[in-house]
Design a protein around this ligand. Structure first.
Ligand code: NOJ
Length: 707
């Protein structure tokens, strides 16, 4: 690639750092006098120097753009096609927050593998996924794209998705490169308002917020996208500490960096760059390689290099990283790579992929409450009410290639299984049902309430201050009870919600947005074809006032040891307990699992030792099922305050009825370690508290000493 670099003009080099939408190559530029071309101050020569494309419709479109571009390219350097394939391409899997609720990284790997297979054949080379932003604020709309509140879960899921996409060899026709985002700390937007300021200490950045991206990079992810927000007052897109000190020096990352959409130009709005020219200077100096959607680099880098403001070396390094990725993807040998219209038509939404979407979806729902009404007997008659009673919009945000009209509704699925609902009708509140409707509802033994958020109430730029059920939905539970019926709530939503008003329901099944085969999975779960096994990846608060509430908080000077009878001068609220309504790690099953006989291989260990932690897990039935054994640690005395209790490992296991499995974890020094503010990994001798169990409210405890 170095030889190629030497042959390139300054203009050609800078072009490699510009990413444009395919529009520029599909539109008739002669006629296109307004719009993006005018706004970005681009001429045809600049457009045809672009190095990469954001988003593409399908294989035929990609091949057309690539050929048109290459015809005019002096050095025949192919375009790199990037896009947001977030939780599926056309076969849509559960949204990332739901995927994390599977507590099974293999499931995420499987979803990424199928997504890559479909996306690659449609002409995509790199996906802007995984999103590893840690989030402790459910008001933030992009919770739905995250893996939740735990650094460990974020890291494990981000790494698994990278492996699934990249598949060990980028040259394979069914591999796509992964680009982790949004580096860094985007999930900590103040007040949960998207694009808002982030103010994090280096300590919490290094020990919690960076972990997801760190693990993605460790897993070999080839790209890193910068975040919109500032860190320490400097927008991440031009933040040298993040892009050079952390990413390159501390983590040894040699892949490419890319801005978020327009985020280089937005440094002007942030008040750190005077104009696009200064933004360009700051971007390259800080270590930003590709500029997405804005045109600071293409219009201004040349003058900075020619005037000596910027060393050519910085430009060359950035361009080399772009060329290297193109080479590693095999684009110089085959510029279309996996794109193939014929194969696309047979690969995309292949029955195996849809089956995978169905199985994965069933693993991601979380049974929040159940008085024993679930699972249902197929002989029980049901009615389906609520705003999503006939919903097919189960894909969730960021599923731009997935079509809702191909998703069956729950009523259709039940009917196909011979369990036709006696009544199914959409309504925003009970008042909308007529007397005649109510007569029909009375014929049902059980009422399914399809409640929650509309699909577009979460995702980018979709933050909320009130995270309760929208509108008058909460009226449904008392309405159903007034008819003397049992109410089962099927919740769809992209974030933890405040559910205080519907706790009276007989059961609440959290179904997030489960994707193309959501309804099939929900039907399985309702009737016990699948035993629920999801666990919350994020705490559900009792009220907005409790936010942030998360499992791995630090100790305080005046702890609250008794939530029911707190002392006066302890950390508490006057009007609510400190604990969330549904804690991180919570999720019910139809089986009664018991965890017992916790044993540790030693009560004292040294730094090089491995500590074996074992428990028996018994399934008392009545169904076989999966459960998640969670192991938490507390480090009560260290050189800095450490979380009272933090998830350090977990395992999802399948247990047959009446079977007892001995589950073994091996902890080593890494599990006991934490990051200091400068990023170094340390651990402190002394006592460690340990908890193991399948639910945060039923944990066995023990302790050991690190000498
Ligand atoms: C903006 C979003 O923040 C980012 O997640 C996405 O990848 C880009 N747009 C590209 O679509």
């Amino acid at each position: 690639m170095k030889t190629l670099l030497e042959q390139m003009t300054l203009h050609e080099k800078i072009g490699q750092l510009m990413q444009l939408s395919p529009f520029f190559f599909l539109a008739d530029l002669e006629k296109e006098a307004a719009g993006p071309i005018r706004e970005l101050h681009l001429d045809e020569e600049k457009i045809y120097s672009a190095g990469s494309i954001l988003g593409i419709g399908n294989a035929a479109e990609m091949i057309a753009v690539q050929s048109k571009y290459l015809e005019r390219s002096r050095l025949k350097i192919p375009l790199l096609f990037m896009a947001d394939v977030i939780h599926g391409y056309k076969t849509i899997f559960p949204v990332p927050l739901a995927l994390a609720a599977s507590w099974n990284p293999d499931t995420a790997r499987r979803c990424a593998r199928v997504s890559a297979t479909e996306a690659a054949t449609s002409g995509i080379h790199m996906t802007f996924s995984p999103m590893a932003d840690l989030v402790r604020d459910p008001r933030w709309g992009r919770c739905v794209e995250s893996f939740g509140e735990s650094p460990l879960l974020s890291g494990r899921f981000a790494a698994a998705m990278v492996e699934g996409y990249q598949n060990g060899d980028l040259k394979r026709s069914d591999s796509v490169a992964a680009c982790v985002k949004h580096f860094a700390g985007y999930g900590a937007a103040e007040g949960g308002r998207d694009y808002n300021t982030v103010d994090l200490s280096r300590q919490s950045l290094q020990s919690a917020y960076l972990e997801g991206y760190r693990q993605a990079v460790k897993a070999g992810c080839r790209g890193v996208m910068t975040a919109f927000n500032p860190i320490e007052g400097i927008p991440c897109t031009v933040n040298r500490y993040l892009l050079r000190d952390v990413l390159r020096t501390q983590w040894g990352f040699d892949g490419l960096t890319i801005s978020d959409y327009d985020s280089l130009a937005e440094t002007i709005a942030h008040g750190v760059a005077e104009d696009p020219s200064q933004a360009a200077l700051m971007g390259l100096e800080a270590g930003l390689d590709i500029e997405m959607a804005s045109s600071c680099y293409i219009n201004h880098l040349e003058e900075h290099i020619r005037s000596g403001n910027l060393p050519l070396k910085l430009l060359d390094e950035a361009v080399l990283r772009v060329l290297t990725l193109k080479q590693d993807l095999g684009l110089f040998d085959n510029p279309n790579k996996g794109a193939d219209a014929l194969r696309e038509s047979t690969t995309v939404q292949h029955p195996d992929h849809l089956r995978a979407a169905h199985e994965v979806a069933a693993e991601c729902a979380v049974l929040l409450t159940n008085d024993g009404t679930l699972p249902l007997n197929p002989a029980v008659s049901v009615a389906i009410l609520g705003p999503y009673a006939l919903a097919v919009k189960t894909n969730g945000p960021w599923s731009w290639h997935g079509y809702h009209d191909e998703n069956p509704s729950l009523a259709e699925v039940l009917t196909a299984r011979g369990i036709s609902p006696v009544f199914a009708k959409i309504a925003g509140c009970p008042e909308e049902y007529s007397d005649h409707d109510i007569d029909r509802i009375r014929k049902a033994d059980v009422v399914l309430l399809a409640l929650g958020e509309p699909e577009n109430w979460s995702g980018e730029a979709h933050s909320r201050t009130d995270i309760g059920l929208p509108g008058r939905q909460a009226e449904f539970v008392p309405f159903v009870r007034s008819l003397g019926k049992k109410a089962i709530v099927l919740l769809q939503n992209g974030r933890p919600l405040v559910l205080e008003e519907i706790l009276d329901a007989s059961a609440i099944l959290e179904t997030w947005f489960l994707g193309s085969r959501a309804s099939e999975a929900i039907a399985d779960l309702l009737y016990g074809v699948t035993n629920p096994s999801g666990r919350l990846p994020m705490s559900f608060p009792r009220s907005v006032g409790q936010i942030p509430v998360y499992h791995d908080a630090l100790p305080t000077g005046r702890p609250n040891h008794n939530e029911n009878h707190p002392g006066e001068y302890v950390t508490k609220y006057l009007d609510a307990p400190n604990s969330p309504r549904f804690a991180f790690g919570h999720g019910l099953s139809y089986s009664r699992f018991e965890v017992r006989n916790l044993s540790l291989s030693a009560s004292k260990i040294r730094k090089d030792d491995v500590l074996a932690v074992e428990v028996d897990v018994i399934n008392h039935g009545p169904l076989a099922g999966d459960t998640v054994i969670q192991l938490y640690l507390g480090d009560p005395v260290a050189r800095i305050s450490r979380p009272v209790r933090q998830l350090v490992t977990f395992r999802k296991i399948h247990v047959a009825v009446n079977e007892t499995l001995r589950v073994r974890f091996e902890l080593d020094i890494h599990d006991l370690s934490y990051r200091l503010a400068d990023g170094t990994l340390v651990c402190d001798p002394g006592r460690f508290n340990l908890w193991v169990g399948d639910s945060p409210d039923r944990l066995l405890s023990s302790a050991f000493v690190l000498e």
